[in-house]
Design a protein around this ligand. Structure first.
Ligand SMILES: [Fe+2]
Length: 277
């Protein structure tokens, strides 16, 4: 007989965190970040700096220099020479991350994750680690709010502490039967705030119901000695072990390519069935 799944977690501790609002402030609290897997840094960027990157974003969209990925609800890929990547060179940004990884801070990707009038769907509960490569611990997404990002336009909701379970071995939807037992927090950011999120932390987002743009500039940081570090933010990096380019090309038979092939077969089968009816 299969044993019933059971997940133990310190509910009281998380309740206290939420009531005390210690996850929120003008100074990054590394202790809270380590223990609960997230922190909301208020007014992290000046309004001027936020405006600059928000304008870059809208310019890029208007000139079609960036566009939404086909197989992703929110992702907008940024090419290497795009001005949006300059965020990691801003003094303000460098100051914010200087205490990570003993000052050796790398970044493996920068992207936009947005919802708007055209892309408004909710995102089921998941963790990001399974979509990433390299070491599975101690990596963080910095979600920089370029607009208001709240519960009404599909802002990120997180499940405090769940990064402690580590990588769960899949990238699918975490069962509602499980998440219903946990405490979920709506992160509700104003423009210029940053949500720090451990990549193992469970999270989701509601539908964009007020149809106002929800735009995060996401910078994913890691120890710069990781072989897949693409950009060095500060400190030193490794040049003995290095992966450059698209890691998808490591595989001839990847999970996503298999899904694409299966979908092709499926649509061919559907056509054949329809013809024979
Ligand atoms: Fe995610």
């Amino acid at each position: 007989m299969k044993k019933k799944l059971s997940l133990k977690f310190p509910k009281k501790k998380i309740q206290n965190l939420i009531i005390s609002k210690k996850y929120l402030g003008n100074h990054l609290n590394m202790k809270v970040l380590n223990e609960f897997g997230f922190y909301v840094l208020k007014n992290a960027l000046t309004k001027k700096l936020v405006e600059k990157y928000k304008n870059y974003y809208y310019e890029n969209i208007k000139n079609q220099k960036i566009k939404k990925s086909d197989n992703h609800i929110t992702q907008v890929i940024i090419k290497e020479k795009n001005k949006l990547n300059n965020i990691i060179k801003e003094n303000k940004f460098i100051k914010i991350v200087k205490n990570f990884y003993e000052g050796n801070v790398g970044c493996d990707f920068i992207r936009i994750v947005r919802k708007d009038i055209y892309n408004k769907d909710l995102l089921f509960t998941h963790q990001d680690t399974g979509y990433q490569s390299g070491n599975t611990n101690d990596k963080y997404s910095l979600f920089i709010a370029l607009t208001e990002c709240n519960e009404f336009n599909g802002g990120i909701n997180i499940f405090p502490g769940t990064h402690k379970y580590g990588y769960l071995g899949d990238v699918g939807e975490i069962s509602k039967k499980i998440t219903d037992k946990f405490l979920m927090l709506k992160t509700n950011l104003s423009d210029g705030d940053i949500l720090f999120m451990n990549s193992n932390l469970w999270h989701n987002s509601y539908e964009n119901s007020n149809l106002k743009d929800r735009i995060y500039l996401e910078v994913h940081i890691q120890n710069s000695f990781e072989p897949n570090t693409k950009y060095l933010v500060l400190g030193k990096s490794n040049n003995e072990w290095k992966i450059s380019g698209d890691t998808k090309n490591l595989f001839t038979n990847s999970r996503t390519s298999r899904i694409k092939i299966l979908n092709k077969h499926l649509s061919r089968l559907k056509k054949m069935i329809n013809k024979s009816l």
